[in-house]
Design a protein around this ligand. Structure first.
Ligand SMILES: [Zn+2]
Length: 370
């Protein structure tokens, strides 16, 4: 079999591309790639995630859903430090990899049923899902908290999605999106296994852009976990297929306020704030449903987790701007974490390091202060 969707806890497999949790025990599902990665099977003339289509057999309607996501630039900052400009994806964030994978898999089913997509996100994922629904010719309802405004909400609307504002907690927004209604197909980006599986393509790209000798370290911001889980899965697939020698050291970067992974990984107790006020406003998952899987995966690949204080993030954000990289503050968390590490450990500056800049600066409402 080319690949299989299976429960992360029990042995149950899923044959339905629309499943987002195990039908037996309710735990999250994950994709198991059933074939080795082979460099010769890359479509080298396709400059998007489509070049790896052989390793995503479920992306049946890719031609009808792609917006050209992926194959984003790797830019050398200095000596051994590189940025991956995920901010240059079609809707301005890495989420497009997940949306492209998921929507291309479910498009026909939803179209034939005359249904529409339902998603809960007021941020990059909501905007991305709205864009891919539009491209695929599907209607979308994006559930957001009542209080949301700003550039990301405008972006969601501009793709023609219906915005449904929900009063109350973030959990209420998810419940609204999941509530069964005629024609509704919930494809929430946090839970759906195909969504985070699309992010596997990012690891392939990093490895290929370094001629299959990827950097020793990869720094990335972590919230709900789609990015880190997708990246680990991709590198592990390459390593198991003997295409790369080892999985790079994955460093999970979180804000001090929103750091459930850091705390669990270090065996510390985490008390979430009553209200998240960090400038890194895309990193808000204080209680991510995939936390157990994140800890397990990060330990298995011998990664690390760090936290960054807001003033350091702000400093890093300004510094990135001054170097020509206008990103959203949440992306600056990874750069701030890297700088912290180099300041603590001089040897770190000599290690080849990739920092993933996840989202575009035009979406932030934060004003530069200097
Ligand atoms: Zn199960």
């Amino acid at each position: 079999m080319d690949s299989e969707v299976r429960c992360s806890r029990c042995d149950q497999t899923s044959q339905n591309v629309l499943d987002y949790k195990c039908c037996k025990c309710g735990h999250p599902l994950e994709v198991q790639v059933g074939q080795d990665f082979e460099v010769k099977r890359i479509f080298t003339k396709i400059w998007s995630i489509g070049r790896y289509l052989k390793f995503f057999p479920y992306m049946k309607d890719f031609d009808k859903t792609t917006l050209g996501e992926g194959w984003t630039p790797t830019v050398k900052l200095k000596d051994h430090v590189y940025f991956k400009l995920e901010s240059l994806n079609p809707t301005g964030s890495f989420k497009d990899r997940g949306s492209a994978a998921l929507v291309s898999a479910v498009r026909t089913r939803i179209k034939e049923a005359g249904g529409y997509l339902s998603e809960d996100s007021s941020g990059n994922a909501g905007a991305s899902m709205a864009a891919y629904a539009a491209r695929a010719g599907l209607a979308a309802k994006i559930y957001v908290p009542e209080t949301v405004s700003g550039p990301k909400l405008s972006q969601i609307k501009s793709y023609g999605a219906t915005v449904v504002k929900v009063a109350g907690s973030r959990q209420k927004v998810t419940e609204g999106a999941q509530k069964p209604e005629p024609g509704k197909f919930y494809v929430g980006h946090i839970l759906h296994p195909l969504y985070r599986d699309g992010i596997r393509s990012l690891a392939y790209e990093i490895a290929e852009q370094f001629e299959w000798d990827p950097p020793e370290n990869v720094y990335l911001p972590v919230s709900a976990g789609t990015l880190i889980l997708g990246v680990i899965s991709g590198f592990e697939h390459l390593a198991k297929s003997n295409v790369i020698e080892r999985v790079p050291k994955i460093v999970a970067c979180q804000t001090e306020q929103v750091s459930p992974l850091y705390h669990r990984f270090k065996n510390l107790i985490y008390s979430p704030p009553e209200k998240v006020t960090s400038i890194a406003d895309a990193l808000v998952s204080v209680n991510p449903p995939l936390l157990d899987i994140m800890v397990e995966d990060l330990r298995r690949v011998k990664g690390d987790a760090v936290t960054v204080k807001d003033p350091e993030t702000l400093k890093a954000w300004h510094e990135l701007g001054k170097k020509g990289f206008f990103v959203e503050p949440s992306s600056a968390v990874a750069y701030a974490a890297y700088k912290q590490h180099v300041a603590d450990e001089k040897n770190a500056a000599r290690e080849k390091t990739m920092i993933i800049l996840t989202g575009m600066g035009l979406k932030t409402s934060l004003e530069p202060t200097r």
